[in-house]
Design a protein around this ligand. Structure first.
Ligand code: ARG
Length: 458
């Protein structure tokens, strides 16, 4: 089989070279985008009078029939034709004869592949935004049930102040909201059309780049042909956003792993999201959140990989750019798979309120409230902090919690204490009292929850 570009060559390509340079094994994922781009391109060629209308019709018919075959998995791709672009062009010529060879008028594989990638990433970005929404819905469904569920809030992984469990979950809602916003915003830049930039310098044909851009739903065209064919910043941007998103998923996963441990027992993941051990019969392992945490590594890796590939590349197209694909596909698949599991896993987990409550009743996380209490009575906060510090030390030494001390014991430290401190110290009151905007006070959490629901409905 002779190469589509074989004219200048006197020898066959070395077979190892052929295999090494071919991208068809992975870029066949772009088949539908490639055909879509070609359909718009040929339409444009016709509308600009560059090729006759009958040829346009034939080419469109041919491409449409190839698309059918692709959808029905009836095509087989060949390494000899190197990549998806030449595979499809070959099929077209086989399907409709030499007129198929007119499709490549006024374009190059360089603007073609960039166009395919823009189209692909636009579709996938929209899908991922939808999948994030499902995770947010799952968070909201749990948050709704747990506004009044109290657990220790941590800093330095030490119990700090009691908080509402809904508040804790909603923190992730907003992280995912920003991830979605970043993806949405990146669509602006994905929506630039490289088509018609040619190999690097434009074309001698009187093409209309706006025409094909509009057909493909792009908002604008790259004003510089060199830039259009050689940058992959839109992919880097996706991989960066994906890395941040995966980092968020990983942090949440880590908490699920901790919370479902024997030490915490704050949640129990549904059996259908856990696996067992081949040797220890009692084990129920949180493999899914562990793997979500673990897969963050490959997503970061794909970002660093492409950054490194692009660094130092001279303009314009270089074959190095073919390395932009596998990492991107892998990231798309990893994200989609992760988000698809995360949503139902959150939705189905059992929250063990009693254990959470037990934890806050057996710690000193209400100490700040005692300090605030004294500060409210006019004692400078710094001094109040010192006094409460000594009370906590005293309590620890006497194997007691703050609620176990008597008023008499409190008064030994400060005359400002009165009977009402025992109310102030109740975990429920401790949480409710943090009623500043965005705080964990129950009424603030209700407000926040409503805001989140509103955001999702938009
Ligand atoms: N398979 C190539 C890629 O993915 C398509 C562009 C090839 N262009 C070229 N001048 N060899 O980058």
């Amino acid at each position: 089989m002779s190469k589509l570009w074989g004219g200048r060559f006197t020898k066959e390509t070395n077979q190892l070279v052929e295999k090494f340079t071919a991208s068809i094994e992975f870029d066949q994922k772009l088949a539908l985008e490639d055909i879509e781009g070609s359909l718009s391109h040929v339409e444009m060629l016709g509308s600009c009078g560059i090729i006759p209308a009958e040829d346009v019709e034939q080419i469109k018919k041919g491409l449409t029939s190839i698309r059918e075959k692709v959808l029905n998995h009836e095509v087989s791709f060949s390494v000899e034709d190197e990549d998806i672009h030449m595979n499809i062009e070959r099929m077209l010529i086989e399907e409709i004869g030499p007129v198929g060879g007119k499709l490549h008028t006024g374009r190059s594989r360089n603007d073609q592949v960039a166009t395919d990638m823009h189209l692909y990433l636009r579709n996938q970005t929209k899908e991922i935004i939808e999948l994030i929404r499902f995770v947010q819905e799952a968070i909201i469904s749990q948050a709704k049930q747990h506004v009044e569920t109290i657990l220790p809030g941590y800093t330095h992984l030490q119990r700090a102040q009691p908080i509402s469990f809904a508040h804790h979950l909603l923190a992730y809602f907003w992280m995912f909201e920003r991830d979605k916003e970043r993806l949405q915003d990146s669509l602006k830049r994905i929506n630039w059309s490289p088509l018609g930039a040619g190999a690097l310098a434009g074309t001698t044909f009187p093409i209309d780049r706006q025409f094909s851009a509009k057909q493909l739903g792009f908002e604008t065209v790259y004003p510089n042909s060199l830039d259009a064919v050689s940058d992959r910043d839109f992919i880097l941007e996706f991989l960066s956003i994906a890395s941040i998103l995966m980092m968020h998923i990983s942090r949440l996963s880590e908490e699920l792993v901790l919370w479902s441990s024997q030490e915490f027992q704050f949640v129990e993941l549904d059996d259908s999201f856990c696996t067992g051990s081949s040797i220890m019969p009692q084990k129920k392992n949180p493999d899914v959140p562990e793997l979500l945490r673990g897969k963050t590594g490959r997503v970061y890796g794909n970002l660093i990989g492409l950054l490194t590939t692009l660094k130092g590349l001279p303009l314009a197209y270089n074959k190095d750019l073919q390395e932009d694909k596998e990492g991107m596909f892998d990231t798309v698949e990893t994200l989609a798979g992760s988000l698809q599991l995360l949503a139902p896993m959150i939705e189905t987990m059992t929250v063990k309120r009693e254990n959470m409550y037990k934890a806050v009743s057996q710690d000193y996380s209400n100490a700040t409230d005692l300090a605030d209490y004294l500060a409210g009575k006019g004692i400078p906060f710094r001094e109040a902090h010192e006094i409460i510090g000594r009370i906590v030390l005293y309590a620890i030494q006497h194997d007691k919690y703050l609620l176990d001390l008597s008023l008499g014991e409190y008064r030994n430290f400060s005359g400002a204490f009165e009977e009402d401190i025992f109310e102030v110290l109740q975990p429920k009151n401790v949480v409710a009292a943090r009623n500043s905007y965005g705080g964990t006070g129950f009424s603030q959490v209700e407000t926040q929850l409503n805001l989140a629901i509103e955001k999702l409905e938009k």
